[in-house]
Design a protein around this ligand. Structure first.
Ligand code: AMP
Length: 219
């Protein structure tokens, strides 16, 4: 499997990607997670990325492409992956296309998880994540049974520092200006499949799986 999950912040792509990794035994490649890891470790890339992330902008292509190149082309390249949060602009999409062409493993498809803009802010501001297992909750739509405690593993849940209302507005603007053009880019390549993301988590998952299975048959 070599697919991209595309969608605005808060559309549920992280949650859906986790479910897909379990169903298809694939690896989630999330540039957001990789960058947060770099920030937490205080690497040079992390130090550069931190401020931009807090402001809701895009981290430089140079940093992000380096993180991805390592995982899709090197000696230990992942063969079965779901890209979540990457690419985020046309330059990244073109660079990805080139990288995958180099290794003869082109993308199989792109799933766009479409959620009305009016819902996104609440979805992001309500998001909580388990520090230990990464399970994702939402205080408005799908809260954990006990506030602050993960249902899965009992770990502590937290709110991402960029999931506040001020940063959310600029993240949504950044998406509209820089990432949305990818819908046309992948439509032109006949790779895009749109799924409505404002149904239940299970229904959205079923639709995504149906799309993924069509991608596999088309190969
Ligand atoms: P995410 O977890 O995907 O919402 O990403 C969190 C933040 O990390 C974004 O708001 C960006 O600042 C940064 N980021 C994640 N992925 C990328 C990317 N592909 N290109 C540039 N910046 C990114």
């Amino acid at each position: 499997m070599r697919i991209v999950i595309l969608g605005a912040p808060g559309c549920g792509k992280g949650t859906q990607t986790k479910l897909l990794t379990e169903r298809y035994d694939a690896v989630q490649l999330s540039t957001g997670d990789l960058l947060r890891g770099a920030v937490a470790e205080g690497t040079p890339a992390g130090l550069k990325a931190k401020e931009v992330m807090e402001a809701g902008g895009l981290v430089s292509d140079e940093i992000v492409l380096e993180l991805i190149r390592d995982r899709v082309t090197g000696a230990n390249a992942v063969k079965n992956f779901i890209l979540d949060g990457f690419p985020r602009n046309l330059h990244q999409a073109e660079a990805l296309e080139e990288m995958l062409a180099e290794v003869g493993q082109p993308l199989m498809g792109v799933v766009l998880v479409d959620v009305p803009a009016s819902e996104l802010t609440q979805r992001i501001a309500g998001r909580r994540i388990c520090r230990d297992c990464g399970a994702i909750y939402n205080v408005y739509f799908s809260p954990s049974k006990v506030e602050g405690v993960c249902d899965e593993c009992g770990g502590e849940t937290y709110q991402r520092s960029d999931d506040n209302e001020a940063t959310v507005a600029s993240r949504l603007d950044t998406y509209a200006a820089q990432t949305e053009p990818l819908v046309g880019f992948y439509t032109d390549r006949a790779l895009l499949h749109k799924v409505m993301g404002n149904a239940s988590m299970g229904d959205v998952f079923d639709e995504i799986c149906a799309a993924v299975e069509r991608f596999s048959v088309a190969q």
